[in-house]
Design a protein around this ligand. Structure first.
Ligand SMILES: Nc1ncnc2c1ncn2[C@@H]1O[C@H](COP(=O)(O)OP(=O)(O)O)[C@@H](O)[C@H]1O
Ligand SMILES: [Mg+2]
Length: 365
């Protein structure tokens, strides 16, 4: 199915409450009818339809002055939160971090509003939704198409980590795409500003099939600069999943965290034979269970796989950017070969400044 058809179907399902099941799913956290007109008045907008749902929110497409935006609606009474005061702190933290960010690979935040127990975040609208749209179409992504997505998210993470922000919820649902094929990281609901003078205890904050082993274990003390590697592991899970359409450590739906914790220690990922050895080397750097061996973000940016895939995907994008379906197909069909990585210089990329980042490179063991 083409992505255009998929989006049309999705729109049809959600609009005007035609699909009762979907409305039921959305109902739990949604704005009640009597607040809808209030929101339209406050934001001078019309609400078009539901476009997403997270663990903590409902996201709607709105039009304001003929410009589409995404409106993320978070209720402080969400059942998932145990304590409403802590809730408000979390939502305020999400807004504060969002306000401080400005990067081409981060979903742009425009404004926030309060309406009784609801907080509303007005965000850039990402028309193609999250990564599931692309995964539904291609099932297993080629190294090239995967490279297009992952190198863009690495740029977003380099920006965040160099500003001492840990995302803490890197996963496919939080990576979004628009019709210009811009890839952007969103959802700062669990993000944390790291104080480099502190030590940190790992926690299970995040989504557990994406958690690093040291977070699954919980409450291990690690240095402030090492904590950034927890995002890198989650990115490794996303990348492995895009390339294999499976989980590297055998996570299955409904598995408990104890079962998963066992798996993650027992299983070593198996890599698709068709991947280049440079790609496998890169993926192993992200997915290293030993935190000391795992890459920092600047190791990612200096790696030949990042450098070459940026170059390859930029060329394909430039030639096909007016037709997003064609551009994605071209990337899916382009085969990366080992010889292409010969003679790559691994000088620091100009977009990344080592010195600005979190201190010296950790000694490898
Ligand atoms: N700006 C956006 N444009 C389009 N879809 C979005 C946007 N933001 C979120 N979504 C959709 O809504 C879902 C939930 O949003 P998210 O911010 O991740 O909420 P939560 O904090 O509850 O996980 C996302 O997984 C995505 O499918
Ligand atoms: Mg989310």
């Amino acid at each position: 199915m083409s992505i255009k058809v998929f989006l049309e179907e999705k729109k049809g399902e959600n609009s005007n409450g035609k699909n009762e099941n979907l409305n039921e799913i959305y109902y739990e956290y949604d704005l009640p009818q009597n607040k809808i007109s209030k929101v339209c008045e406050m934001l001078n907008c019309s609400i078009v339809n539901n476009i997403g749902k997270g663990g903590f929110s409902v996201v709607k497409l709105i039009h304001s002055n003929n410009i589409p935006y995404a409106l993320k609606i978070i209720s402080i009474y969400n059942k998932k939160f145990k304590n409403n005061i802590k809730n408000i702190e979390l939502i305020k933290n999400e807004i504060k971090i969002n306000k401080s960010l400005n990067h081409p690979n981060i979903v742009q935040f425009y404004n926030s509003y309060e309406l009784n127990e609801f907080y509303l975040l007005q965000l850039e609208y990402m028309k193609l939704g999250d990564l599931k749209t692309i995964q539904k179409k291609y099932k297993k992504l080629s190294e090239t198409l995967c490279g297009f997505i992952i190198t863009n998210i690495i740029d977003a993470l380099a920006y965040l980590h160099s500003n001492n922000i840990l995302h803490r919820d890197i996963k496919s649902d939080n990576i979004m795409i628009n019709e210009k094929l811009e890839i952007k990281l969103g959802d700062f609901s669990l993000s944390k500003k790291i104080d480099l003078n502190n030590k940190y205890k790992t926690s299970r904050s995040g989504t557990f099939p994406f958690l690093a082993p040291e977070c699954v274990k919980k409450k291990q003390e690690i240095s402030s600069k090492t904590i950034f590697k927890t995002d890198i592991f989650s990115l490794g899970i996303v990348m492995y999943n895009l390339l294999h359409n499976s989980h590297p450590f055998g996570y299955k739906n409904n598995m408990t965290i104890t079962e998963y914790s066992k798996k993650i220690h027992e299983i070593n990922p198996i890599f698709d034979m068709n991947l280049t050895s440079t790609c496998v080397n890169f993926l192993k750097g992200l997915l290293s269970k030993k935190i000391k061996k795992r890459f920092f973000i600047y190791d990612c940016i200096k790696h030949p796989w990042y450098i070459k895939l940026k170059e390859i995907t930029k060329n394909i994008y430039e030639k096909n950017k007016d037709d997003f379906e064609k551009c994605l197909d071209e990337m899916q069909n382009f085969e990366v070969k080992d010889f292409m990585f010969e003679n790559i210089s691994t000088n620091t990329s100009e977009i990344y400044d080592d010195e600005k980042f979190i201190g010296k490179k950790e000694k490898r063991c």
